[in-house]
Ligand binder design. Structure first.
Ligand SMILES: C[S@@+](CC[C@H](N)C(=O)[O-])C[C@H]1O[C@@H](n2cnc3c(N)ncnc32)[C@H](O)[C@@H]1O
Length: 315
């Protein structure tokens, strides 16, 4: 048996290795140097392939991660946007509903007032709405005790209109209630003036204070003025704790009269202090108005209207 040169044997061995490593289809070796070269080449190619495979795998994984992250971000953004859109839509719908409800409420109330209380009240309700007083009035009414009487829109419109027309600066009201925010709103629209409103019933004066809309509070002073029986030439009533003012406007709507006591004397006690341009509105209380007309000392034009008397100082 022919023994091969050790170098040849080594070459054959290395070629065998190169083949088993699989990098080359067939390692053709003629010499040891060639076999060694093939072996080294196979190793490096194999290493290269392995390395690039790993790199590719890593790259694939990394890009999959990136894609996943991008998808997640997209989904998150999409959810956030959808939520935002839904929230905005809900808010817009709620606003529209509220506006429509307010509008319906206005229309319903108007129709109800027209049906139950006649066209005059409905017309004055519309007038109050047109000058922007209705919202304050409704807020005031809503905050009043449940037992409160409903407002008389014609009286309220008359008060608003006359205060806007005569522009008094010192206003005095006997009997607080729905008239208070309406007179105060007229004072506010005038740009100057202050309303003192007296109430004999402490709980009502508290109720008026609590219900008065914020924007009107600075324009109104609410005074608790207890009512006492007062017997002069006729039996009547007077308020205590009346502030020392020089009024140019009085609204007389208190106290509640009884069959035996039909007169409030307060305007007689204040007469000396009436300032030029003075006007007084006496609500209902026919006997009281006639009594005052007879007893007041200064010169007045007295106009009798449905449901009220108007006194205008002429001197
Ligand atoms: C004729 S009310 C005065 C109402 C107010 N001047 C007006 O025109 O709305 C006389 C007294 O009744 C009480 N009062 C006020 N508002 C009321 C209401 N809505 N219902 C029942 N009583 C009221 C108060 O004590 C007030 O002094």
């Amino acid at each position: 048996m022919q023994t091969k040169h050790p170098a040849t044997r080594l070459g054959a061995m290395l070629a065998q290795y190169a083949r088993t490593l699989g990098a080359l289809p067939r390692a053709r070796t003629r010499s040891l140097r060639q076999a060694a070269r093939h072996f080294l080449v196979s190793l490096s190619v194999l290493g290269e392939l392995k390395a690039s495979g790993r790199r590719r795998k890593l790259l694939r994984r990394a890009s999959a991660r990136l894609v996943r992250r991008a998808r997640r971000t997209f989904r998150k953004r999409r959810t956030r946007l959808r939520r935002k859109l839904r929230r905005r839509t809900r808010v817009a719908i709620r606003g529209a509903r509220r506006r429509r409800a307010r509008f319906d409420l206005g229309r319903k109330r108007l129709a109800k007032v027209y049906r139950r209380r006649g066209p005059g009240q409905a017309r004055d309700l519309l007038r109050l709405r047109r000058v922007g007083v209705l919202e304050s009035l409704h807020r005031f009414s809503a905050a009043q005790p449940a037992a409160a009487l409903r407002p008389d829109y014609s009286d309220l419109w008359f008060l608003y209109d006359i205060v806007r027309d005569r522009r008094p600066s010192t206003l005095l009201e006997f009997g607080s209630g729905c008239s208070t925010p309406v007179i105060a709103a007229a004072v506010r629209a005038n740009g100057s003036g202050h309303l003192w409103t007296l109430d004999g019933d402490e709980s009502w004066s508290h109720a008026t204070r609590a219900a008065l809309p914020l924007e009107l509070r600075d324009l109104v002073t609410i005074v608790h003025a207890p009512i006492r029986e007062d017997d002069r030439d006729v039996r009547g009533w007077s308020h205590e704790n009346v502030p020392e003012l020089e009024p140019d406007f009085i609204y007389l709507d208190s106290p509640a009269l009884t069959p035996k006591r039909q007169v409030a004397f307060d305007p007689l006690d204040l007469e000396e202090r009436f300032s030029p341009g003075f006007v007084m509105v006496v609500d209902g209380r026919q006997r009281n108005a006639e009594y005052l007309r007879e007893r007041l000392q200064r010169l007045y034009r007295v106009t009798r209207m449905p449901g009220r008397h108007l006194f205008e100082l002429l001197d």
